[in-house]
Design a binder for this molecule. Structure first.
Ligand SMILES: [Zn+2]
Length: 124
């Protein structure tokens, strides 16, 4: 068994797997970018964060989404192009190294970290 004594923090090349350049997310996104688990606000109600429990195409209206949120009994209908204010959008990406084309998976929260643009792995 390994010792459980605390080690001083040190860079671990197997954990810090590379360098990621991101671009910041716009203040408004079309509703079609939302996924289950995201948090967003309607631009007219910026102080009311909505957490998505379920998001499905609206069967009764073309290009519309039916969004069930926590704390609300009735789902919201939004057009796919309708602008929303993103608050929290956790995503998992496969990124490809610009230099050696090795791929890796990375977790990002788009509002806090931005969208992945360029990835360089730590072999360079
Ligand atoms: Zn590489």
């Amino acid at each position: 068994m390994m010792s459980t004594a605390p080690d001083p923090p040190k860079p671990n090349p197997r954990q810090s797997s590379g360098f990621l350049v991101t671009t910041s997310l716009p203040d408004r996104l079309p509703a079609s970018r939302l996924q289950q688990g995201d948090t967003f606000a309607l631009p007219e109600h910026p102080d009311e964060p909505l957490i998505i429990d379920l998001i499905t195409p609206n069967p009764e209206r073309n290009a519309s989404l039916l969004i069930s949120t926590r704390d609300r009994t009735a789902p919201i209908t939004l057009h796919m192009e309708e602008p929303i204010q993103p608050l929290r959008m956790p995503r998992t990406f496969n990124v490809t190294c610009q230099l050696c084309e090795a791929t890796t998976t990375t977790d990002l929260e788009l509002v806090a970290h931005g969208q992945p643009k360029t990835w360089v792995c730590n072999r360079h």
